[in-house]
Design a protein around this ligand. Sequence first.
Ligand SMILES: [Zn+2]
Length: 240
Amino acid sequence: MGVAQLNIFRQTLIDPILDFVFPPVCLACNKRIETKNESMCRQCWESITRVDSLHPTWIEIKSKFDAEGFIKDFSSSFLFEKEGALQHLIHLLKYQGMKSLGIKLGEEVGRKMLLDEYYAGADYLIPIPLHKLKYRERGYNQSEFICKGISNVTQISVNNSIAIRIKYTQTQTQLNLIERKENIGDAFKIDEKYQYLIQGKTFIIVDDVITTGSTINSCAKMLLATGAGCVLAASVALAE
Ligand SMILES: [Zn+2]
């Protein structure tokens, strides 16, 4: 059987069977969806709040970054709302191995970046690194897949070897702001063999959700101390 015949065979026989056994359902609400190649129903997709620089959460996070002075600017697409559709998606991405979702969300973030020359001209995307123990436990770094999606759209290279997480931190969500800052401390180091590559370059540090920005600040501080010209940040979502 040739490739064309195989495709016809798949489309006429296999796909309907698969759809019957595993009907395509919305990742967020489990309702059946009619459109092929979609992972979420229109209702869920539209329920996710979009953010821009005028949104109160954006303004608050901007002031936190400005207070530290390491991050020149940041970009994000959505608001992370408790029990919202996006929370389900982030959960699937982080804990259920749905890496392709990271790429899709990253492409969304990338499309927004293209509208901003600062971002479009950056040299490297850096997925915020996980500590090696956490990486071993999870098996992958979700931010790497978000970076892949951003890179698909912007063509900016992903570098996941420059920054190394040296501190195994507690889950941030259970700590208050001061505890979070102490918890993060100097959590990252820069691999010295990449020093030549960092000089004067513009980096975009990428995380799934930005809450206090302390993790990103800590990583940015190390990049700047090693000679980076400018550090930007990006995430799929902002959380209050
Ligand atoms: Zn849905």
